[in-house]
Design a binder for this molecule. Structure first.
Ligand SMILES: [Zn+2]
Length: 334
């Protein structure tokens, strides 16, 4: 099997950040998401790159009635009330034309009709699987709602990105969440990088030390954890879902760190090249709202990444695949 380039996007708009930021706090990023999606579609066509949009189910609703119609019965009972997205329902608009922060029905149809990309799920309500108070039964209902609202648009959901990457396939407590995914026909998820710096939330002793919190951003510029590339078949056989772990979060342009941008890009290009030469997978991800500010700078970076992909495709047969496309290839190669 040749090397593969996978790009997944956590498509969520305000539903992904409402517990930390109001629409006004993050307006510039959020209001440009739909333009960002258009440019992503254009640029990926130009360089033949397939994207996987793991999308929050609430965004699929065509209007408020449709949204209310699809709500799960058994909603998450988080101990922390600020994690509950349903408290926003009274304040959101009627549909995408008067509230593009909470609806994206027409954009989702555009992605669907493009035909080159995949639409997966980011759960119905941006469900926090590791938050105290919620239960696997509530996750099951949430997931069912996301499958159903997608089905109404003729979309079959087969891949998932867990919000805040809250899944640990090695932890018995997380098995029911993966089982629910399997039950509804989902075949792959995006796991985390292996290095401990990406798993600090589970080692509480270190969590609050700034030095450990600084390691993840630092790793984007300086090589701390290696390429994070892997043989796709190494993750093939959990009996549950295929894990297609992240290789890197594409950090948005940061003006304060602008002189270090070339290092960030160099690190990505080097790891992609390693994956292409060694028949491995390189999985890059981010959120469309990350590109809502400094849009030009972010798309310049992305264009270099896509050009790198194209060159590696021509030289080494590096292939672009969606999460499900790669899963299907691995299945048939085994
Ligand atoms: Zn998210």
């Amino acid at each position: 099997m040749n090397g593969h380039f996978v790009v997944s996007l956590d498509y969520e708009i305000h539903w992904g950040v409402f517990d930390k930021k109001s629409v006004n706090d993050y307006k510039e990023n959020l209001e440009n998401v739909s333009k960002v999606i258009d440019r992503l579609l254009d640029m990926s066509s130009k360089y033949d790159v397939k994207l996987t949009f793991c999308t929050v189910g609430l965004l699929f609703a065509k209007d408020k009635n449709d949204l209310l119609h699809h709500l799960p019965q058994n909603k998450p009972t988080y101990s922390l009330e600020k994690l509950n997205p349903y408290q926003l329902l009274d304040s959101i608009g009627h549909d995408e034309t008067d509230d593009s922060f909470h609806y994206a029905n027409s954009k989702i149809k555009e992605i669907r009709d493009n035909g080159n990309h995949e639409i997966g799920t980011h759960t119905f309500s941006h469900f926090n699987c590791h938050a105290p108070g919620q239960t696997p039964e509530q996750f099951d209902e949430d997931l069912k709602a996301s499958i159903n609202i997608a089905k109404a648009l003729g979309i079959t959901i087969k891949s998932i990105v867990f919000p805040k990457n809250q899944i640990n396939p090695d932890d018995a407590a997380d098995k029911p969440y993966l089982q629910a995914c399997k039950k509804y026909g989902i075949t792959s998820f995006r796991g985390k990088e292996k290095s401990f710096i990406y798993n600090i939330h589970s080692t509480k002793t270190y969590r609050n030390l700034w030095i450990f919190r600084a390691l993840k951003p630092l790793d984007a510029y300086v090589n701390l954890t290696g390429t994070n590339t892997y043989d796709a078949r190494a993750f093939a056989d959990s009996g549950m879902l295929y894990n297609i772990p992240s290789s890197r979060f594409l950090r948005p342009f940061n003006r304060k760190l602008k002189y270090f941008e070339p290092l960030k890009l160099k690190r990505i290009k080097k790891a992609m090249t390693y994956a292409a030469k060694n028949n491995q997978v390189y999985h890059l991800w981010w959120h469309p709202h990350n590109f809502g500010k400094y849009t030009e700078e972010n798309f310049n970076t992305l264009e270099t990444v896509f050009k790198t992909y194209k060159a590696l495709h021509e030289t080494y047969g590096f292939q672009s695949e969606t999460m499900t496309g790669l899963t299907d290839k691995v299945k048939s190669a085994l």
